[in-house]
Write a protein that binds this ligand. Structure first.
Ligand SMILES: [Fe+2]
Ligand SMILES: [Fe+2]
Length: 281
Protein backbone atom coordinates (compact mmCIF):
# COMPACT_ATOMS: atom_id res chain seq x y z
CA UNK A 1 0.00 0.00 0.00
CA UNK A 2 1.28 3.44 -0.92
CA UNK A 3 2.10 5.91 1.83
CA UNK A 4 0.13 9.13 2.05
CA UNK A 5 3.23 11.08 1.00
CA UNK A 6 3.48 8.99 -2.18
CA UNK A 7 -0.20 9.44 -2.89
CA UNK A 8 0.00 13.21 -2.48
CA UNK A 9 3.09 13.26 -4.63
CA UNK A 10 1.40 11.38 -7.47
CA UNK A 11 -1.44 13.98 -7.42
CA UNK A 12 -3.78 11.38 -8.93
CA UNK A 13 -6.34 11.49 -6.13
CA UNK A 14 -6.29 15.27 -5.78
CA UNK A 15 -8.75 17.22 -7.94
CA UNK A 16 -6.79 19.30 -10.46
CA UNK A 17 -6.99 23.07 -10.37
CA UNK A 18 -9.54 24.53 -12.77
CA UNK A 19 -7.90 25.63 -16.03
CA UNK A 20 -8.70 29.26 -15.27
CA UNK A 21 -6.92 29.16 -11.90
CA UNK A 22 -3.98 27.36 -13.44
CA UNK A 23 -3.70 29.97 -16.15
CA UNK A 24 -3.84 32.83 -13.64
CA UNK A 25 -1.15 31.25 -11.42
CA UNK A 26 1.16 30.90 -14.41
CA UNK A 27 0.34 34.39 -15.62
CA UNK A 28 1.18 35.95 -12.24
CA UNK A 29 4.77 34.86 -12.73
CA UNK A 30 4.90 36.60 -16.09
CA UNK A 31 5.50 40.36 -15.77
CA UNK A 32 4.19 40.97 -19.29
CA UNK A 33 0.69 39.77 -18.51
CA UNK A 34 -1.92 42.51 -18.41
CA UNK A 35 -5.13 42.93 -16.45
CA UNK A 36 -7.00 42.34 -19.68
CA UNK A 37 -5.32 38.92 -20.15
CA UNK A 38 -6.26 37.87 -16.63
CA UNK A 39 -9.82 39.07 -17.08
CA UNK A 40 -10.14 36.87 -20.14
CA UNK A 41 -8.90 33.83 -18.24
CA UNK A 42 -11.41 34.28 -15.43
CA UNK A 43 -14.42 35.54 -17.33
CA UNK A 44 -14.83 32.28 -19.24
CA UNK A 45 -15.03 30.25 -16.05
CA UNK A 46 -18.58 30.66 -14.80
CA UNK A 47 -18.02 28.90 -11.48
CA UNK A 48 -15.04 31.04 -10.48
CA UNK A 49 -16.38 34.31 -11.81
CA UNK A 50 -19.73 33.94 -10.08
CA UNK A 51 -17.97 33.30 -6.76
CA UNK A 52 -15.74 36.31 -7.31
CA UNK A 53 -18.70 38.54 -8.10
CA UNK A 54 -20.56 37.30 -5.03
CA UNK A 55 -17.66 38.26 -2.80
CA UNK A 56 -16.72 41.56 -4.46
CA UNK A 57 -20.32 42.72 -4.21
CA UNK A 58 -20.40 42.08 -0.49
CA UNK A 59 -19.82 44.68 2.19
CA UNK A 60 -16.25 43.40 2.50
CA UNK A 61 -15.08 45.42 -0.46
CA UNK A 62 -17.53 48.24 0.05
CA UNK A 63 -19.23 48.17 -3.37
CA UNK A 64 -22.44 46.48 -2.42
CA UNK A 65 -24.18 45.11 -5.48
CA UNK A 66 -22.62 47.42 -8.05
CA UNK A 67 -20.04 45.24 -9.75
CA UNK A 68 -21.59 43.25 -12.55
CA UNK A 69 -18.66 41.76 -14.45
CA UNK A 70 -15.09 40.60 -13.99
CA UNK A 71 -13.93 43.43 -16.25
CA UNK A 72 -15.68 45.89 -13.98
CA UNK A 73 -14.27 44.17 -10.87
CA UNK A 74 -10.71 44.46 -12.11
CA UNK A 75 -11.15 48.16 -12.88
CA UNK A 76 -12.60 48.95 -9.46
CA UNK A 77 -10.72 46.58 -7.19
CA UNK A 78 -7.45 46.35 -9.06
CA UNK A 79 -5.35 43.55 -10.29
CA UNK A 80 -3.97 42.43 -6.93
CA UNK A 81 -7.32 41.92 -5.27
CA UNK A 82 -8.53 39.87 -8.19
CA UNK A 83 -5.37 37.73 -8.27
CA UNK A 84 -5.76 37.04 -4.56
CA UNK A 85 -9.38 36.05 -5.02
CA UNK A 86 -8.53 33.58 -7.75
CA UNK A 87 -5.84 32.07 -5.53
CA UNK A 88 -8.31 31.89 -2.67
CA UNK A 89 -10.78 29.95 -4.75
CA UNK A 90 -8.15 27.42 -5.72
CA UNK A 91 -8.89 25.78 -2.39
CA UNK A 92 -12.40 25.09 -3.60
CA UNK A 93 -11.45 22.02 -5.56
CA UNK A 94 -10.24 20.50 -2.32
CA UNK A 95 -13.47 21.26 -0.48
CA UNK A 96 -15.88 20.27 -3.21
CA UNK A 97 -17.62 16.97 -2.61
CA UNK A 98 -16.53 16.78 1.02
CA UNK A 99 -19.03 16.67 3.88
CA UNK A 100 -18.88 17.25 7.59
CA UNK A 101 -18.68 13.97 9.44
CA UNK A 102 -18.63 12.91 13.08
CA UNK A 103 -16.36 15.23 15.02
CA UNK A 104 -15.33 17.28 11.98
CA UNK A 105 -17.37 20.22 10.77
CA UNK A 106 -16.46 21.57 7.36
CA UNK A 107 -18.21 24.81 8.16
CA UNK A 108 -16.16 25.28 11.35
CA UNK A 109 -13.05 24.53 9.34
CA UNK A 110 -14.01 27.17 6.79
CA UNK A 111 -14.75 29.70 9.55
CA UNK A 112 -11.33 28.99 10.99
CA UNK A 113 -9.76 29.57 7.57
CA UNK A 114 -11.62 32.83 6.91
CA UNK A 115 -10.86 33.94 10.47
CA UNK A 116 -7.14 33.35 10.01
CA UNK A 117 -7.34 35.10 6.61
CA UNK A 118 -8.85 38.21 8.20
CA UNK A 119 -6.46 38.17 11.13
CA UNK A 120 -3.46 37.78 8.80
CA UNK A 121 -4.63 40.78 6.82
CA UNK A 122 -5.15 42.94 9.92
CA UNK A 123 -1.80 41.96 11.45
CA UNK A 124 0.08 42.55 8.20
CA UNK A 125 -1.37 46.06 7.92
CA UNK A 126 -0.50 46.80 11.53
CA UNK A 127 3.07 45.66 10.94
CA UNK A 128 3.54 47.86 7.91
CA UNK A 129 2.97 45.45 5.03
CA UNK A 130 1.10 46.90 2.08
CA UNK A 131 -0.09 43.65 0.49
CA UNK A 132 -2.94 42.77 2.83
CA UNK A 133 -4.79 40.85 0.13
CA UNK A 134 -1.91 38.43 -0.21
CA UNK A 135 -1.89 37.88 3.52
CA UNK A 136 -5.62 37.20 3.39
CA UNK A 137 -5.00 34.41 0.88
CA UNK A 138 -2.08 33.01 2.87
CA UNK A 139 -4.29 32.81 5.94
CA UNK A 140 -7.19 31.34 4.05
CA UNK A 141 -5.08 28.55 2.58
CA UNK A 142 -2.76 27.80 5.51
CA UNK A 143 -4.58 24.62 6.60
CA UNK A 144 -5.52 23.38 3.12
CA UNK A 145 -3.31 20.32 3.72
CA UNK A 146 -5.96 19.11 6.17
CA UNK A 147 -8.56 19.09 3.41
CA UNK A 148 -6.27 17.02 1.21
CA UNK A 149 -5.70 14.56 4.05
CA UNK A 150 -9.45 14.37 4.70
CA UNK A 151 -9.99 13.58 1.01
CA UNK A 152 -7.36 10.87 0.89
CA UNK A 153 -7.95 9.22 4.28
CA UNK A 154 -11.28 10.33 5.75
CA UNK A 155 -11.41 7.68 8.48
CA UNK A 156 -7.86 8.33 9.60
CA UNK A 157 -8.48 12.09 9.53
CA UNK A 158 -11.59 11.72 11.72
CA UNK A 159 -9.64 9.47 14.05
CA UNK A 160 -7.02 12.22 14.47
CA UNK A 161 -9.73 14.82 15.14
CA UNK A 162 -11.38 12.54 17.74
CA UNK A 163 -8.09 11.83 19.47
CA UNK A 164 -7.12 15.52 19.52
CA UNK A 165 -10.46 16.41 21.14
CA UNK A 166 -10.41 13.51 23.58
CA UNK A 167 -6.81 13.99 24.64
CA UNK A 168 -7.03 17.79 24.56
CA UNK A 169 -4.03 18.05 22.25
CA UNK A 170 -3.49 19.84 18.99
CA UNK A 171 -4.40 18.22 15.70
CA UNK A 172 -0.83 18.62 14.51
CA UNK A 173 0.62 16.81 17.52
CA UNK A 174 -1.66 13.79 17.14
CA UNK A 175 -1.32 13.87 13.37
CA UNK A 176 2.44 13.34 13.58
CA UNK A 177 1.84 10.11 15.50
CA UNK A 178 -0.66 8.85 12.94
CA UNK A 179 0.52 9.75 9.44
CA UNK A 180 3.81 9.79 7.56
CA UNK A 181 3.26 13.32 6.30
CA UNK A 182 1.49 16.04 8.31
CA UNK A 183 -0.81 18.65 6.79
CA UNK A 184 1.79 21.44 6.39
CA UNK A 185 3.98 19.16 4.27
CA UNK A 186 0.98 17.94 2.30
CA UNK A 187 0.05 21.53 1.47
CA UNK A 188 3.66 22.34 0.64
CA UNK A 189 3.86 19.49 -1.87
CA UNK A 190 0.51 20.29 -3.37
CA UNK A 191 1.01 24.03 -3.68
CA UNK A 192 4.46 23.56 -5.16
CA UNK A 193 3.08 21.18 -7.75
CA UNK A 194 0.44 23.79 -8.55
CA UNK A 195 3.20 26.42 -8.78
CA UNK A 196 1.48 28.72 -6.33
CA UNK A 197 3.37 31.88 -5.32
CA UNK A 198 6.18 31.27 -2.81
CA UNK A 199 4.58 33.17 0.08
CA UNK A 200 1.48 30.97 -0.13
CA UNK A 201 3.54 27.78 -0.34
CA UNK A 202 5.66 28.84 2.64
CA UNK A 203 2.90 29.91 4.96
CA UNK A 204 1.06 26.63 4.36
CA UNK A 205 4.18 24.48 4.62
CA UNK A 206 5.82 26.19 7.61
CA UNK A 207 2.97 27.47 9.78
CA UNK A 208 3.73 25.03 12.60
CA UNK A 209 7.47 25.64 12.56
CA UNK A 210 8.30 28.22 15.20
CA UNK A 211 11.98 28.22 14.19
CA UNK A 212 11.31 30.07 10.94
CA UNK A 213 9.69 33.18 12.40
CA UNK A 214 12.83 35.33 12.54
CA UNK A 215 13.55 34.85 8.85
CA UNK A 216 10.04 34.49 7.50
CA UNK A 217 7.93 37.25 8.92
CA UNK A 218 5.01 36.49 6.60
CA UNK A 219 4.83 32.97 8.05
CA UNK A 220 5.06 34.35 11.59
CA UNK A 221 2.07 36.60 10.86
CA UNK A 222 -0.07 33.66 9.71
CA UNK A 223 1.04 31.69 12.79
CA UNK A 224 0.02 34.50 15.11
CA UNK A 225 -3.25 34.92 13.21
CA UNK A 226 -3.89 31.20 13.72
CA UNK A 227 -3.14 31.48 17.45
CA UNK A 228 -5.32 34.57 17.99
CA UNK A 229 -8.30 33.23 16.04
CA UNK A 230 -8.12 29.99 18.00
CA UNK A 231 -7.98 31.99 21.20
CA UNK A 232 -11.15 33.81 20.15
CA UNK A 233 -12.92 30.50 19.54
CA UNK A 234 -13.80 31.33 15.93
CA UNK A 235 -14.38 28.20 13.90
CA UNK A 236 -12.39 25.05 14.45
CA UNK A 237 -9.65 23.38 12.46
CA UNK A 238 -10.19 19.93 13.90
CA UNK A 239 -9.02 20.73 17.41
CA UNK A 240 -10.44 23.11 19.95
CA UNK A 241 -8.82 26.19 21.34
CA UNK A 242 -5.37 24.74 21.59
CA UNK A 243 -3.12 27.75 21.20
CA UNK A 244 0.45 26.82 20.37
CA UNK A 245 3.35 29.29 20.64
CA UNK A 246 0.86 32.10 21.24
CA UNK A 247 2.86 34.12 23.72
CA UNK A 248 6.13 33.72 21.83
CA UNK A 249 4.51 35.06 18.66
CA UNK A 250 2.82 37.90 20.51
CA UNK A 251 6.15 38.94 22.04
CA UNK A 252 7.92 38.68 18.71
CA UNK A 253 5.41 40.51 16.50
CA UNK A 254 3.16 42.64 18.66
CA UNK A 255 5.62 43.68 21.36
CA UNK A 256 3.90 46.35 23.44
CA UNK A 257 0.76 46.72 21.33
CA UNK A 258 -2.50 46.28 23.20
CA UNK A 259 -3.66 42.74 22.52
CA UNK A 260 -7.26 43.60 23.33
CA UNK A 261 -7.27 46.28 20.66
CA UNK A 262 -5.72 43.93 18.12
CA UNK A 263 -8.43 41.36 18.88
CA UNK A 264 -11.15 43.97 18.40
CA UNK A 265 -9.76 44.92 14.99
CA UNK A 266 -9.62 41.29 13.95
CA UNK A 267 -13.20 40.70 15.09
CA UNK A 268 -14.36 43.70 13.06
CA UNK A 269 -12.58 42.41 9.98
CA UNK A 270 -14.16 38.98 10.44
CA UNK A 271 -17.61 40.54 10.72
CA UNK A 272 -17.05 42.36 7.45
CA UNK A 273 -15.96 39.11 5.79
CA UNK A 274 -19.37 37.54 6.26
CA UNK A 275 -19.65 36.96 2.49
CA UNK A 276 -16.59 34.73 2.64
CA UNK A 277 -18.04 32.78 5.54
CA UNK A 278 -21.21 32.18 3.55
CA UNK A 279 -19.39 30.78 0.53
CA UNK A 280 -19.46 27.38 2.18
CA UNK A 281 -23.27 27.28 2.62
FE1 LIG B 1 -2.24 23.89 10.74
FE1 LIG C 1 -5.02 26.70 11.47
Amino acid sequence: MKSIAERVNSMKEIPPLPDSVNAVIKAIRDPKVSARDITGMIANDVAISSKILKVVNSAYYGFKGNISSITHAIVILGFNVLKSLVMSFSVYGLIEGLDSKGPFSLRDFWYHSVGVACASKVLSGMLGFKNGEEFFTQGLLHDAGKLALYRLEPELFLHIVSRAKREDRSFFEVEREEVDIPHPDIAGMLFEAWQMPDNIVESAALHHDIDVIENKRHVAIVMLADALVRGMGIGSAGDDNVVVHGQQLIDFLLQDRDLEEVNVMIRQEIERAEAFMRLID
